[in-house]
Design a protein around this ligand. Structure first.
Ligand code: PLP
Length: 231
């Protein structure tokens, strides 16, 4: 019997970590008086190969997040042949010139954050007859290096997407600044979503998904806690 030299790719270890994350999500939901089914786990498989994803698929996980269009395009068509019901989320920044590939491949695009991208997405959705769900990314920490719409601009941006481009915006996503407590950012995202009648809230990662669930997350994006550290 051969044993993988890299413990991160030990299928049993990945399956065990996955089961633990699932349990933590269910517990956090119950602690918040929420139905565990109202929180969806997006397993973030960026930079992990098919062999690391296989045990998570085998355990029944169907919702996955990827950051890079090219990487997802190389990995997922084959995995999807065996698992047609996979739901793929784009959670990384999207260049307008990749909108075509993103609309063709993803079921949810979480990083809509500017008019030029709204325009390209609208055009491709029309052309391809395929409508991924769209979430607007909000730069809750107003960090210059990060994508996302500034909190003060979100209402206007959502109206623009709806009115000028006929895009159905279904929710919001945020990545709080690494060096700050995340809860105020999660609370802010929730407030902005309510104000705009949006149901989906993608917030919380490996280090803080339980707090995000407390504050209303409908989607938590968890990578490291399942797959281990990335390269
Ligand atoms: C990588 C990434 C995640 C997952 O982060 P972990 O800390 O590994 O759980 C979630 N969201 C986004 C946008 C990411 O880029």
């Amino acid at each position: 019997m051969t044993v993988s030299a890299n413990p991160t790719f030990d299928p049993a270890a990945i399956a065990a970590r996955y089961a633990e994350v699932r349990e933590q999500i269910d517990r956090a939901a119950r602690d918040a008086d929420r139905d565990p089914h109202s929180v969806s786990l997006v397993a973030v498989s960026k930079l992990f190969p098919a062999e690391a994803i296989a045990p998570v698929l085998a355990a029944g996980q169907r919702v996955f997040g990827e950051n890079y269009v090219q990487e997802a395009k190389a990995k997922w068509p084959a995995l999807r042949e065996a698992n047609a019901d996979v739901e793929l989320h784009l959670i990384g920044p999207l260049q307008s010139n990749k909108a075509k590939e993103a609309v063709a491949l993803f079921d949810v695009i979480e990083t809509l954050d500017r008019e030029s991208l709204a325009k390209e997405l609208a055009r491709e959705i029309q052309k391809q007859g395929r409508s991924p769900k769209l979430l607007v990314q909000v730069n809750t920490g107003e960090e210059p290096q990060k994508g996302g719409v500034a909190p003060a601009q979100v209402n206007a941006f959502i109206s623009l997407c709806r009115q000028s481009y006929s895009l159905a915006i279904e929710g919001l996503m945020c990545i709080p600044p690494a060096e700050q407590p995340p809860s105020p950012h999660f609370a802010l995202l929730n407030t902005i979503a309510k104000r705009n009648g949006l149901k989906l809230l993608s917030m919380g990662m490996s280090a803080d998904f339980e707090q995000a669930i407390m504050l209303g997350a409908t989607h938590v994006r968890v990578g490291t806690a399942i797959f281990g550290h990335r390269g």
